[in-house]
Design a protein around this ligand. Structure first.
Ligand SMILES: [Zn+2]
Length: 240
């Protein structure tokens, strides 16, 4: 075999390998699309099962809100998720009560892409509510089968992360006065953070939250009287 022939053969082999690995990648990609399509066709009973199916390729990954999942079986989203519905207020994040800098899609946009053409519509359709950036980021593209389960996910996370810190006793003015200035500043800063987390943790126990949730549910009933599924989704647990 001449050098040229040898080189040609090597090139051919490399091409074949590249093609083979590319088609393996494409096959895997098509498989993942099939999983997504199957997931959209029929949503399993609980939010956890849904998340496991949706993130099938990362199976075993911890999910939030599993405890809030109900046993209700959801029909396909396109049959009941309204394209336009806004609730809540621009004075409070729906989930933690802090200042809302963003809008949370209560059904993740990523899940609506299969049936709503977002590119042409000039907006991002779907039901949404004002939320702070932190809650919005935590909820991300996680799906919960009720709005209340979505609220639980935030509260559970806040309690898990900051619950212990928040339950520690406050420093008394006398104790603070006994500290040198540098330490006192540090402690005061920590106390401020603590009260911030405490406010967020306790928001869902407060009257404003109850009122806001009831109003959202009432609006859903008025706007979508025939949409039983959406009404179920929006119904706060205390009304059940
Ligand atoms: Zn928030």
């Amino acid at each position: 075999m001449t050098d040229t022939e040898q080189k040609n053969m090597e090139t051919t082999l490399r091409d074949q390998e590249a093609r083979a690995s590319r088609s393996a990648f494409e096959r895997a990609w098509v498989e993942s699309l099939k999983i997504k399509a199957a997931t959209f066709a029929h949503i399993p009973a609980s939010a956890l099962a849904y998340e496991m199916a949706w993130h099938g390729y990362k199976a075993g990954k911890a999910t939030i809100g599993a405890n809030g999942a109900s046993n209700h079986t959801l029909p396909p989203l396109e049959s009941w998720v309204p394209l336009k519905f806004r609730f809540g207020s621009w004075s409070h994040c729906f989930y933690c009560g802090e200042f809302p800098e963003s809008q949370d899609h209560i059904v993740p946009r990523s899940m609506m892409r299969s049936w709503v053409d977002l590119r042409g519509s000039g907006g991002s359709p779907g039901p949404k509510t004002p939320a702070c950036l932190n809650c919005n980021a935590v909820l991300s593209d996680h799906f919960f089968d009720t709005l209340h389960a979505r609220c639980d996910a935030i509260n559970e996370r806040l309690v898990k992360r900051f619950g212990r810190e928040v339950s520690r006793p406050d420093w008394t003015p006398t104790e603070l006065a006994a500290l040198d200035e540098k330490l006192r500043k540090h402690v005061v800063l920590k106390q401020e953070k603590k009260s911030f987390y405490k406010r967020r943790i306790e928001w869902q126990k407060g009257e404003s939250f109850t009122l806001m949730f009831n109003e959202a549910y009432a609006a859903a009933i008025v706007e979508f009287p025939e949409n039983e599924e959406f009404k179920l989704f929006m119904e706060p647990r205390w009304r059940k």
